[in-house]
Design a binder for this molecule. Structure first.
Ligand code: URA
Length: 189
């Protein structure tokens, strides 16, 4: 198995897809590297590309605020990354070919972190990590266990900014995440 330094080095110089040509920074991931819970988005936006950090724009601020309500903080008890590590132009969805090229890095990160829980942020991540053809409107908040990891998905923070009417459902999901953390993550709280 790899180590963090070697893995990040490979990501920083990656040329596996055309997103390498337009990126400012590779957005590797951030947070506590031995956390019991991981959050996974789809790919960097403009602010993330400029700063090299995941979820640092308006959506990221909303996410951090919401997670603080259930006692989760990226500096102390969760790790956050994306399905693709480079920004898709004009924030379009990452292509399947781009996801295929990049997902191996995320799988290595997951193996290094060793989380008990993975929370997908939005449909794209849920499609990749939970199952094909995931319907976020219908399936958010549901739990599936695969290879001893509990998976769920919540609405992407950008979707909550576009449609604040979805926030109450997300707060229900967040309370369920807090409960699952209490059950399966003895080191988190
Ligand atoms: N949206 C994502 O999916 N990931 C980020 O890092 C930022 C915005």
């Amino acid at each position: 198995m790899t180590n963090w330094e070697e893995l990040e080095g490979r990501c920083q110089t990656c040329q596996r897809c055309a997103l390498a040509d337009t990126r400012t920074h590779v957005v590797f991931g951030a947070g506590q590297k031995d956390a019991e819970i991981m959050f996974i988005g789809e790919g960097p936006g403009e602010n993330e590309d400029l700063q090299g950090e995941p979820f640092v724009g308006r959506g990221g601020q909303l996410l951090d605020d919401m997670l603080s309500l259930i006692g989760l903080y990226r500096d102390t008890n969760f790790y956050i990354a994306n399905i693709v590590k480079c920004r898709p132009p004009r924030n379009r969805d990452p292509l399947n070919t781009e996801q295929d090229a990049c997902i191996g890095y995320l799988r290595e990160q997951i193996a290094l972190v060793g989380p008990k829980i993975i929370v997908c942020l939005g449909r794209i991540a849920a499609n990749r990590l939970i199952h094909d053809d995931y319907k976020i409107t219908r399936e958010h908040g549901q739990w599936v266990e695969k290879d001893s990891i509990w998976y769920t998905a919540i609405y992407h923070p950008a979707a909550l900014l576009r449609d604040p009417g979805k926030k109450p459902e997300t707060f229900v999901d967040l309370r369920a995440i807090r409960e699952k953390v209490r059950q399966v993550c003895p080191r988190t709280y």
